[in-house]
Design a binder for this molecule. Structure first.
Ligand SMILES: [Zn+2]
Length: 338
């Protein structure tokens, strides 16, 4: 990360976040065009689960692609006018190293519990979003142990503190996992739809009827409600598929995968970040966490298309004229979507 910063000093800065349980420093990279204006933020973290090795690989690929192409790619140039990218390539550093050195399938962090007789909290059950309520264990030897309380783990706390501080500027929270080929939207802790300002009232004349999450009213051809996070995820999955034909399922975590509480994705949306997604990268179980090396690059390439689709959408929604800021509460998405 320091090398990346030093060789791209016009665009990249490295920032300290906190220390892990085993006292390793955590840093994120900020990719930011030095412009004399206030910009919004896209956050992406990888490797909250140690064994999901394709995730940190994607964060690195993402940074490389942005740095290589931001001058020549008109989409990247456009969104870097308005958005700063914050990338945390390995959230769970201790666990990641443990998965390289001791146990390839280790998932959690490395915090000791019960006088050092058992180790590890599932950091993606440790956020302060319906913490401890569903899809967790209170037993430290479980792979879904949720910790002793919300943000009991220093890694969780480091990320949560930064995001809390910046939340009014963060438009999109992305967290990269494997495996299963899903783009997941909130919530995991309830099957109720995530419905803040991001629901849209429209009608069939706008041509959005194919991706309607649900409809309401007496005449559902004329009056529809669309979950915007879902709509954008569908666009991202379609873009991803164009590269190698890889098929992703899109939906709310609790409806299409399983219920869980204390996830970073739920938490980010609950504190007001309008777009919040979990990516579950390749594959669908043939190799699982041990994705073969020859799939690393194609997975990164296709995922790049999905992620940039989301960033492009967010950019155009909040900066429709290229620079003019719209209120995040706007319901008038039809205009910017046309
Ligand atoms: Zn995971």
């Amino acid at each position: 990360m320091t090398e990346i910063q030093n060789s791209n000093s016009e665009l990249v800065t490295q920032h300290y976040l906190g220390n892990t349980v085993e006292n390793r420093p955590m840093y994120y990279l900020q990719i930011s065009q030095p412009l004399d204006k206030t910009k919004k933020i896209i956050w992406m973290d990888c490797g909250i689960h140690a064994r999901e090795w394709i995730a940190p690989a994607f964060c690195q690929w993402f940074v490389k692609e942005i740095l290589q192409n931001y001058k020549s790619d008109p989409n990247i140039s456009r969104f870097l006018q308005n958005l700063d990218l914050y990338i945390l390539p390995v959230l769970n550093i201790d666990g990641y190293i443990y998965s390289w050195e001791k146990d390839r399938l280790w998932r959690k962090n490395r915090s000791p519990y019960m006088n050092g007789t058992c180790y590890g909290t599932d950091l993606n059950r440790n956020f302060n979003s319906s913490w401890g309520s569903i899809g967790v264990s209170y037993n430290c030897s479980s792979i879904i142990f949720c910790g002793s309380g919300p943000e009991s783990e220093p890694e969780t706390k480091a990320v949560a503190q930064l995001i809390e501080k910046k939340k009014s500027d963060i438009l999109c929270y992305l967290t990269i996992h494997s495996y299963g080929q899903y783009i997941l939207i909130p919530y995991g802790s309830t099957t109720e739809p995530a419905s803040n300002s991001e629901e849209l009232v429209g009608d069939k004349n706008f041509g959005l009827h194919k991706i309607i999450a649900k409809s309401t009213g007496t005449d559902d051809h004329a009056f529809l409600i669309l979950n915007l996070q879902m709509y954008v995820a569908e666009k991202a999955a379609a873009a991803l598929m164009q590269k190698y034909g890889t098929s992703y399922e899109v939906g709310s975590t609790s409806l299409i995968l399983y219920s869980n509480s204390g996830s970073s994705r739920d938490w980010a949306h609950m504190i007001g970040i309008p777009f919040s997604y979990t990516f579950e990268l390749r594959d669908k179980g043939t190799h699982g966490f041990v994705l073969p090396p020859d799939q690393i690059q194609p997975t990164c390439e296709e995922t790049m298309l999905a992620v940039t689709t989301i960033i492009d959408y967010v950019d155009h929604k909040y900066f429709p004229g290229g620079a003019v800021m719209l209120s995040s509460k706007t319901k008038n998405i039809l205009k910017s979507d046309s």
